[in-house]
Design a protein around this ligand. Structure first.
Ligand SMILES: Cc1cc2nc3c(=O)[nH]c(=O)nc-3n(C[C@H](O)[C@H](O)[C@H](O)COP(=O)(O)OP(=O)(O)OC[C@H]3O[C@@H](n4cnc5c(N)ncnc54)[C@H](O)[C@@H]3O)c2cc1C
Length: 521
C-alpha cells in the first residue's frame, strides 16, 4: 500500500492551507480532491462562452494576514483586481449611501449629521468589540475544564481582554454579545438605508434574520476580517476566486505537499481504533498515520468514517448540526455595463447591496423558515469585469450576486421553482437598473441544492454549518471535535465546519495544522 505521513481529504482552500503548513513542518503530505480542480467553493468558472465568474465565493474580506504572509501567497500568485472596494447601498429614489474605508468608516450620500454621528459612535463600539474576538479566530478554541494550562491561559486572556476595555465597555460588550442586530441598530440609528445594509451584512451566509438571536455575532465576524491589509475591507481577486485557490495550491506544492485531483475519498480507514489511511472511490487504499478532513463534519464522521467508530452521543450531536444554506448565487452575462441612476462611474467596480431596511430583510427571511424562497430577495452583487476585463469579452460584463433567502431543500423543489426565483431576483434588480433584463445574454442561478451537488457541501451552507452561538467556538462543529482533533486518534478536521467557520479565510486550515503538529510531533 502506498503511504505518506498525512492525507488531507479535500483541496478546498482550507485543505490546501493545512497541507502547506503540515508540509512546512516536515511531514510528507498528500491532498486528495474529488473534483477535477482545486479550490472547493473558491473557483472560477466559465458559465457562458467567454464569461467567467467566481462561482461561489466572490469577494475576499477575511483572508488571514498571517496566512498570506507565512505562506508567501503573493509570491505564489495572489493578486487583487481591486481592493478597498466601496459598498453602495442602493436606494429606489437614487439616494444611495456609499460606504468607504474599512467597516464603513466614511459614508457618502445624503445622510443626516445626527445619523452620521450616531453611526460613528456605534461603529467605534462594534469595531472595538470585534477586535476583542479577532485574535480568537486565529486560535484553537480552549477546551472547558480540561485542566490544561494552555486552555486556562486562553480563557483568562479573553476575560482579561474584555476587562481591559474598562467597566463601561465591558458591560456594554457583555450586554450586546447575544443581542440581535436589529435591536442593536435601532437603539442608535434611524436611517433605513443604513440599517438595512448593516443588517444584511450581519445575516449574509447564515440562516438568521436580523431579529434572530445572536445575529450581531456575524457582524462582529465580518468586522474582524480584513482584505489586502485593510481591516474590515473588501477585495476582488484578479482572475476570480479560482486564482486564489491556485495560489494556495502553488504554496502547498512549494512546501512539498502533493495534490491529486479527481480522487474522491470513499472511506477513512481505521486500524486498532486509530485512523490509518483512506480508500478512494476506485478502491485504491493509501496509508497514513494522520488523516485530516477538510470536508464537511457530517460527511467526515457519518459517511467517510462511519458511526460505528463513534459513541452514540457524538453521532447524535454531529447528525444535528444545522447546515441548511439559504444563499443562492446568480450570474449574469451582460452585453454591456448596466446603469444605476445616481451611482458615479468610479463606483461601478465596487460592491452593491440591495437591502432597503431591516424589516425588508426580515420579511425576506421569514418564508425561508417554512421552506419557501423570498418573493422580494435581498442581495449583494459585484460587476467584477469592471476591474478585471479578463472575465468577459471586450465591452461585455458579468454580474455576480449572492441572493437571500433561498433555502436548501425548498418545499416546492428547486426544479419547479428555479425560474420563479430568477424572475423574483430580476424584478428587484430591474427596479434599480431598468432595462437590465434586456442586457442579459445568458444567466446561471445556483441554489443551495446545486452547490451541495456541485461542491460536496451538504445543505450548500456558506460555513459548512450554521454560525449560531450553539455552533461556535468550543462548540464547533460539536463538543468532542472542537479543537480540530476528533474522537478517533489520528483523525482531524480542518475545514469551514470547524472554528472559526467559513469564508475564504484559511484560519481553520492553519489552526488545525498547528494542533496536528503539536500532537503528532
Ligand atoms: C453562496 C455562497 C457565497 C459565498 N460567498 C463568499 C464570499 O464572497 N467570500 C467568502 O470569503 N466566502 C464566501 N462563501 C463561503 C466560502 O465559499 C466557504 O466558506 C469556503 O469556500 C469554505 O472553504 P473550505 O476549504 O473549508 O471548504 P470547501 O471550499 O467546501 O472545500 C472542501 C473540499 O473538499 C472536497 N471534498 C469533499 N468531500 C470529499 C471527498 N470525499 N473526497 C475528496 N474531496 C472531498 C470538496 O470537493 C471541496 O473541494 C460563500 C459561500 C456560499 C455558499
Amino acid at each position: 500500500m502506498p503511504s505518506c505521513d498525512a492525507i488531507v481529504v479535500g483541496a478546498g482552500h482550507n485543505g490546501l492551507v493545512c497541507a502547506a503548513y503540515l508540509a512546512r513542518s516536515g511531514l510528507n503530505v498528500l491532498v486528495l480532491e474529488s473534483a477535477d480542480e482545486v479550490g472547493g467553493a473558491a473557483r472560477t468558472v466559465e458559465f457562458a462562452p467567454g464569461y467567467k465568474v467566481s462561482h461561489v465565493a466572490h469577494i475576499l474580506n477575511q483572508l488571514q494576514t498571517a496566512v498570506v504572509r507565512e505562506l508567501q501567497l503573493k509570491k505564489y500568485g495572489l493578486s487583487y483586481a481591486a481592493s478597498d472596494l466601496p459598498t453602495t447601498a442602493l436606494d429606489l429614489e437614487a439616494r444611495h449611501l456609499t460606504f468607504r474605508g474599512g467597516a464603513a468608516e466614511r459614508i457618502d450620500g445624503d445622510l443626516a449629521d445626527t445619523e452620521r454621528a450616531a453611526w460613528s459612535e456605534l461603529r467605534g463600539r462594534l469595531v472595538k468589540y470585534s477586535g476583542v474576538l479577532k485574535p480568537y479566530l486565529a486560535k484553537t478554541p480552549p477546551r472547558l475544564r480540561s485542566g490544561r494550562m494552555q486552555d486556562s491561559t486562553d480563557l483568562a486572556a479573553l476575560g482579561f481582554a474584555v476587562r481591559r476595555m474598562g467597566r463601561k465597555h465591558m458591560q456594554e460588550f457583555l450586554r450586546m454579545i447575544l443581542m440581535n442586530v436589529a435591536d442593536v441598530l435601532e437603539e442608535d440609528l434611524s436611517d433605513d438605508r443604513l440599517m438595512g445594509a448593516l443588517a444584511f451584512d450581519s445575516v449574509l451566509g447564515t440562516g438568521l434574520g436580523p431579529r434572530s438571536p445572536n445575529s450581531l455575532m456575524c457582524l462582529y465576524y465580518r468586522l474582524a476580517g480584513d482584505a489586502d491589509g485593510m481591516p474590515g475591507g473588501l477585495a476582488l481577486p484578479r482572475g476570480g476566486m479560482g486564482s486564489v485557490a491556485e495560489t494556495f495550491r502553488n504554496a502547498a506544492i512549494a512546501q512539498g505537499a502533493q495534490v491529486r485531483t479527481g480522487s474522491p475519498v470513499r472511506r477513512i480507514l481505521v486500524d486498532n481504533d486509530r485512523a490509518c489511511g483512506v480508500r478512494l472511490d476506485n478502491g485504491e487504499e493509501i496509508h497514513a498515520s494522520i488523516v485530516v478532513s477538510a470536508a464537511n463534519p457530517k460527511t467526515t464522521f457519518l459517511d467517510l468514517l462511519g458511526p460505528q467508530y463513534l459513541d452514540t452521543g457524538f453521532v447524535r450531536k454531529v447528525s444535528s448540526i444545522r447546515m441548511n444554506g439559504r444563499a443562492a448565487k446568480l450570474h449574469l452575462a451582460l452585453d454591456g455595463l448596466p446603469s444605476f441612476d445616481g451611482v458615479p462611474e468610479s463606483d461601478y467596480g465596487g460592491r452593491f447591496v440591495v437591502s432597503p431596511s431591516i424589516d425588508h430583510v426580515e420579511r425576506a427571511f421569514n418564508p425561508s423558515k417554512y421552506g419557501e424562497y423570498a418573493p422580494e430577495p435581498v442581495m449583494e452583487f459585484v460587476l467584477p469585469s469592471v476591474s478585471d476585463p479578463s472575465l468577459a469579452p471586450e465591452g461585455k460584463h458579468v454580474l455576480s450576486a449572492v441572493v437571500q433567502y433561498a433555502p436548501a431543500g425548498l418545499k416546492a423543489g428547486w426544479d419547479n421553482a428555479r425560474d420563479g426565483f430568477y424572475d423574483a431576483i430580476m424584478a428587484v434588480l430591474e427596479q434599480y437598473s431598468p432595462g437590465l433584463r434586456d442586457q442579459v445574454t445568458s444567466h446561471e442561478l445556483l441554489t443551495p441544492d446545486d452547490m451541495e451537488a456541485q461542491y460536496s457541501m451538504p445543505g450548500g451552507h456558506w460555513h459548512h454549518g450554521e454560525l449560531g452561538i450553539d455552533q461556535m467556538f468550543m462548540l464547533r462543529p460539536a463538543p468532542g471535535a472542537a479543537q480540530y482533533a476528533s474522537p478517533v486518534p489520528g483523525l482531524y478536521l480542518c475545514g469551514a465546519g470547524s472554528h472559526p467557520g467559513g469564508g475564504i479565510m484559511g484560519a481553520a486550515g492553519r489552526n488545525a495544522a498547528s494542533v496536528i503538529v503539536k500532537r503528532e510531533a
